[in-house]
Design a protein around this ligand. Structure first.
Ligand code: SF4
Length: 393
């Protein structure tokens, strides 16, 4: 068993759908992470490293303003130009200040563990986790688990399984553990309200009784997921959203209304679809779209792993085109087309302006790496051919 099969970060899934753990063993491993995921990983690492720098500076008596976030980003290999040009440096400072000062009295906490490794074997053998930060305030015996989320889809700390598990791990590192502790327990999400906005900190208090019953539930679900012959598979929005087993999950197909889609495709022409059927397809469009994506990922995973997937092969797709964001290019575009240099412009707009003015726009366009993509072996009809993509539209 790989340890990450049952971990705090996927607890939202296995606690709702224990059967997903065994089903996912049949799905090919992910070959590449999405752009969003890799940006999120960079931001997480930068947040943690800056907070550690801030912490060590305070410990040797420096003033917080002596640590300049913009300079930290300027030379850091993980920082992107957008982070350096935007207000990400403000988020770094907000996060570090939150960890190092009590928001109520401004005092430094007794201890702050950043990127804290947690042993959660008490919940499931071999389970591990890393909390973004754990704050121990001995003055009021509060323990607070803080999790940074880089995405702009709001995440609530309320009944958040991942943070509840981190809290269990944090409590088990204290002498009074989970048994007799009377202090306050907080779980906090630090997240920008919009991607480029300031960080907001949302906290909830968790009682020790809630935590004990949560731990019992987590232990039961983890044991079922790993040890039952046919653990329950229970589709839901929260469980299925990121689950990579959709393509092969019967329960998901039923829940997502895949039968509705097949019914609709069986009709001889779209004009014959009744309003009721069209409505059912539209009602389920989110789940149906996710199912199609999951089937594509499943087939690509098999082919990438050297296996056969009947009727399909991988073909090279040209990289996405995007506008080069340099001052020089902006100046050229302003001179050629009278564009406002401060306004971002998309590839489609440049294509149109180039055609209308009979000017080549190649100097302003860059192309990403080609990617392998799925294509039917027999079917070469235009409707399946993947278009080369444009960014910045
Ligand atoms: S798709 Fe949903 S129901 Fe199926 S295994 Fe995954 S989480 Fe469970």
């Amino acid at each position: 068993m790989s340890h990450s099969e049952i971990s705090p970060s996927n607890a939202h899934r296995w606690m709702r759908c224990p059967g997903s753990v065994k089903l996912l063993r049949k799905v090919p491993p992910e070959t590449e992470s999405s752009e969003d995921a890799s940006l999120g990983t960079r931001k997480h690492a930068l947040m943690a490293q800056f907070a550690m720098l801030f912490q060590s500076s305070l410990s040797i008596g420096l003033h917080p303003t002596d640590v300049v976030a913009a300079d930290f980003l300027k030379s850091h290999p993980l920082a992107t130009d957008e982070m350096r040009d935007g207000i990400f440096d403000n988020q770094l400072v907000e996060y570090a200040e939150y960890l190092m000062h009590n928001p109520n009295d401004g005092k430094e906490p007794a201890r702050v563990d950043i990127e804290s490794f947690l042993d959660l074997s008490a919940v499931s053998p071999g389970m591990r986790g890393t909390a973004d930060a754990i704050i121990y305030r001995h003055s009021d015996t509060t323990i607070e688990v803080v999790d940074y989320k880089s995405g702009s889809i709001p995440v609530t700390p309320h009944a958040n399984e991942q943070l509840m598990l981190y809290l269990i791990g944090a409590l088990q590192m204290t002498s009074d553990g989970l048994c007799s502790r009377n202090g306050r327990h907080l779980i906090t999400i630090a997240q920008p309200s919009v991607e480029t906005g300031p960080l907001s900190f949302r906290s909830v208090t968790v009682s020790i009784d809630t935590l004990r019953s949560f731990m019992f539930n987590a232990k039961t679900k983890a044991a079922a997921a790993l040890n039952f012959k046919n653990p329950l598979r229970q589709p839901s929005n929260e469980a299925c959203r990121w689950c990579r087993a959709k393509a092969i999950c019967r329960e998901y197909h039923e829940w997502a209304g895949a039968d509705v889609l097949i019914d609709a495709c069986d009709k001889e022409g779209c004009f014959k679809i009744s309003y009721q059927l069209a409505k059912r397809v539209l009602d389920n469009r989110k789940w149906i779209t996710a199912l199609i994506k999951s089937c594509q990922d499943y087939a690509i995973g098999k082919l990438n792993g050297g296996e056969n997937f009947p009727g399909y092969c991988l073909v090279e797709k040209p990289g996405r085109r995007s506008v080069i964001k340099s001052d020089e290019v902006k100046e050229y575009l302003e001179a050629l087309f009278g564009l406002d240099a401060l306004q971002p412009v998309g590839v489609g707009t440049l294509d149109r302006l180039g055609r209308e003015n009979d000017v080549s726009i190649d100097f302003a366009i860059t192309r990403g790496e080609p990617k392998m993509t799925l294509a039917p072996i027999e079917d070469v009809s235009d409707d399946f051919k993947t278009e080369e993509g444009n960014e910045n539209e």
